[in-house]
Write a protein that binds this ligand. Structure first.
Ligand SMILES: Cc1nn(C)c(C)c1/N=N/c1ccc(/C=C/C(=O)NO)cc1
Ligand SMILES: [Zn+2]
Length: 370
């Protein structure tokens, strides 16, 4: 089984500026400049770890390409694409739409390269060159809707990839699993009325976007039943997430019988991440990925492609992504998580009743999937 890998230095050149973490700097208002939380560091270190630990030698490195206008317009409105292009043309850059999603000068072409990198993996799977893949891309995408960027996202990479798989490669039923700590609202919205794409989001309840990702958000019209949300309370850890995978995600995939599984691999639910309050460790990401790999083997000839989303701890993100990637390649661990002993207590965090309630509510919707 071959695993494809996409990375490009340009992903690190998406300039998110000197925001004060989340907000544009505003010195006269006392908001001093810093570095934007969505900066290259965690992604650069992840790529370097994959290379330094020797795993790169086991991967089929696939060169990204820039998504074409036609490919972008399968998901986004012409106005949104033009907005990103206009903001990107400005010498000082601009914003993707919500006021705190920077578009750097030249970021339009970088965002096209991110989407195109994922498309290259989808084509490689369709051509049988690879079975699984990982696109270590930037900027992220899962908050972007058809007509606006938000939450640091410019274009919805995974949605563009789903449409590409359907349109170019005859894969009719696409399942998108999103375990980023934040609700995959953009992806959900794009496919909300569409029965051919199942979106499943596990996320910290009511974190971002505000008031988004509740269990009752279950699709609309023909798409009813084909959007699942598991809003897990802050503090949810290893047992809660694995219970959600076993009670909701895997049964939903078994019912939906996808031709391809796409994973929005945000790792910002990790115990050290500044952008959420979940308690996952590399062990959790390893177990969750193994469950998806087994489901893909059972349902769609092993076809499983992951795209990078959130993950902001520069020192822990690399090990969380490495855990996912090692399971995608089916290889043994080359480098042990050096923080494993530090977080041993977190891995032991049990499933709590209020977490079980959230999972049971979502599980009740699974039988409606057709
Ligand atoms: C609300 C609100 N209002 N304001 C002024 C601001 C700055 C608000 N939150 N911004 C956020 C909060 C969290 C994210 C997470 C992104 C991610 O990792 N996704 O996977 C992005 C933007
Ligand atoms: Zn996130």
């Amino acid at each position: 089984m071959t695993t494809g890998y996409v990375f490009h230095p340009e992903y690190l050149w998406h300039d998110t500026g000197t925001s004060a973490g989340l907000l544009p700097a505003d010195p006269t208002a006392g908001v001093q400049p810093a570095v934007h939380i969505e900066n290259p560091e965690a992604k650069r270190r992840t790529h370097e770890l994959i290379h330094a630990c020797g795993l790169m030698a086991e991967l089929l490195v696939i060169e990204p390409r820039r998504a074409t206008m036609t490919e972008l317009l399968r998901v986004h409105t012409p106005a949104h694409v033009q907005h990103i292009r206009d903001q990107s043309d400005l010498r000082g850059g601009g914003d993707a739409g919500d006021g705190f999603s920077p578009v750097g000068h030249g970021s339009y072409d970088i965002a096209r390269l991110a989407a195109g990198g994922l498309l290259a993996l989808v084509t490689a799977v369709a051509d049988g060159d690879i079975t699984t893949g990982y696109a270590l891309t930037r900027p992220p995408g899962h908050h972007a809707t058809a007509d606006t960027g938000m939450g640091f996202c410019l274009f919805n990479n995974i949605a563009i990839a789903a449409r590409h798989a359907q349109t170019l490669h005859g894969m009719t039923r696409i399942a998108i699993v999103d375990w980023d700590a934040h609700h995959g609202n953009g992806t959900q919205t794009i496919f909300y009325p569409d029965p051919t794409v199942l979106t499943i989001s596990l996320h910290q309840a009511n974190c971002f976007p505000p008031d988004s990702g509740w269990t009752h958000e279950n699709g609309i019209a023909d798409g009813t039943g084909h959007a699942l949300n598991v809003p897990l309370p802050a503090g949810s850890g290893h047992a809660a997430y694995l219970h959600a995978m076993r009670q909701v995600v895997i049964p939903a995939l078994d019912r939906f019988r996808p031709d391809l599984i796409l994973l929005a691999n945000g790792v910002d639910a990790n115990v050290f991440d500044p952008m959420a309050r979940q308690m996952l460790t590399t062990s959790t990401y390893r177990h969750m990925t193994r469950l998806l790999v087994d489901a893909a083997d059972r349902l769609c000839h092993g076809r499983l492609i992951a795209v990078h989303e959130g993950g902001y701890s520069p020192f822990y993100t690399p090990y969380c992504v490495l855990a996912v990637l090692e399971e995608l390649t089916g290889t043994t661990t080359r480098v042990a998580d050096p923080f494993a002993t530090v977080v041993a207590g977190y891995t032991a965090e049990p499933l709590r009743p209020h977490q079980q309630d959230a999972i049971d509510a979502a599980a009740a919707l699974v039988p409606h999937i057709t």
